[in-house]
Design a protein around this ligand. Structure first.
Ligand SMILES: Cc1cc2nc3c(=O)[nH]c(=O)nc-3n(C[C@H](O)[C@H](O)[C@H](O)COP(=O)(O)OP(=O)(O)OC[C@H]3O[C@@H](n4cnc5c(N)ncnc54)[C@H](O)[C@@H]3O)c2cc1C
Length: 372
């Protein structure tokens, strides 16, 4: 040793730093790692413990015919690739995310003409059926819309499987690391300041859900993402009591393999407050037993709230910052982030690696301040 002081050489600067370990951050990490990138995920708590845990896991918009093309394109691409995507994750992790094509029955009121037209023009099977033929266990008679291809995942299990898959693929996941600020200079992001010190990378992806705008600070003033609270109930019932997802006037029941049934949900503009209320609990419970009276005897095991990353028109931002060339945002998936995750990750990676996109992705641009 010569005694000369040598400056530390960084052997492996991660190519990508992703902020947020929800379904969007983790699926972005998977897509980037699959394309050969080196990826680190920074998560302030435990991965998937926010909205991605709180959600229901229905893989479809609730009434898909009521949404613009920007939502349809993203959700339909996801639905096309979900089975293979979930299978890949299950294969590597050895954990079953319970991807199931359980079908969804929509009870009145609905515009059947509009729904059937939409189904025909989007190659989505929608049938007008008698409710009693399809789901006799649910109260009421008359016509219903049957969407046989609607699937679901058990989102907490999907997150667990996804996290393990990423670790096995060599993605670094750092939990309990909070990003406190982003530092930009010369048209580039230069570092993230975190609770355990600074982090640097070549490229940065913010996927911090309802907190994305807060985290971006002055770099995100134009971004319109805000928390929208949703409360949910969970029952423990007999397996097979309810066979399909059922939806009426925005209220739904989702059956899981082991007999658990989720009942949700609310849409509340309450800021970053995740508390639950007794009033909502009894409202959701009343709705649940009016559809499926046997739930009155089932154990109500849990009541929770999560914060969706709300966005205008339910259209996320999947784009590069207009002035910071290495800062990307994948956020604002609002009511359908679990559904949109694999397609959003693909769109993001296509943008980053300048690959052809499967459809018009201009609606997911990073909004700029309008000049007068
Ligand atoms: C009640 C309810 C029902 C839902 N039902 C469905 C459904 O049936 N189907 C569907 O497709 N979608 C559903 N959703 C929506 C879906 O859950 C969300 O769109 C999706 O989870 C958003 O994922 P995300 O990764 O962007 O956000 P999140 O899961 O909230 O993840 C963001 C992560 O970023 C982390 N983070 C934030 N700030 C920082 C920071 N400064 N530093 C480090 N980490 C940070 C957070 O801790 C969090 O883990 C539902 C949501 C709710 C609440």
């Amino acid at each position: 040793m010569s005694g000369k002081i040598v400056k530390a050489i960084k052997i492996s600067t991660p190519n990508f730093l992703i902020v947020g370990g929800g379904i969007i951050g983790l699926s972005s990490a998977l897509e980037l790692a699959r394309r050969g990138a080196s990826v680190t995920v920074l998560e302030r708590g435990a991965c998937g413990s926010e909205s991605s845990w709180a959600g229901g896991g229905i893989l479809s918009p609730l009434l898909p015919w009521n949404y613009p093309a920007a939502v349809t394109n993203l959700t339909q691409l996801s639905c096309q690739i979900y089975a293979e995507w979930a299978g890949h994750i299950a294969g590597i992790s050895g954990l079953d995310p319970e991807y199931r094509r359980s079908g969804m029955l929509v009870l009145p009121e609905f515009d059947s003409g509009r729904a059937m037209n939409w189904g025909r023009s989007h190659q989505a099977r929608i049938e007008l059926v008698q409710k009693r033929d399809r789901l006799p266990e649910v109260v009421g008679d008359g016509e219903a819309l049957w969407l046989p291809d609607v699937a679901q995942v058990r989102n907490p299990r999907l997150i667990k499987a996804l996290r393990l898959t990423l670790e096995r693929m060599g993605v670094r996941i750092l939990e309990h690391v909070e990003v406190a600020g982003i530092v930009a200079g010369g048209g580039r992001l230069v570092r993230l300041d975190t609770s355990v010190g600074p982090f640097e990378a070549d490229q940065y992806v913010v996927a911090a859900g309802a907190w994305s705008k807060k985290l971006l600070g002055e770099q995100g003033v134009q971004v319109d993402i805000k928390p929208i609270r949703g409360q949910m109930l969970l029952y423990r019932a007999q397996p097979g009591l309810l066979r399909h997802i059922v939806l009426q006037n925005g209220f739904y029941l989702i059956p899981r393999d082991d007999g658990h049934i989720l009942a949700g949900s609310t849409l509340e503009d309450a800021g970053f407050d995740k508390s639950t209320s007794e009033e909502v609990r009894s409202g959701l419970h009343a709705n649940a037993i009016s559809l499926l009276p046997q739930l009155a005897q089932a154990e109500l095991v849990k009541h929770w709230a999560g914060l969706r990353p709300g966005s205008p028109g339910n259209i996320p931002v999947i784009a590069c910052h207009p002035k910071i060339e290495n800062l990307y945002l994948n956020s604002g998936h609002f009511r359908y982030g679990v559904t949109m995750a694999p397609a959003s990750a693909r769109i993001l990676a296509n943008r980053i690696f300048r690959r052809e996109q499967p459809f018009d992705v201009s609606p997911y641009h990073w909004p700029e301040i309008k000049k007068h």
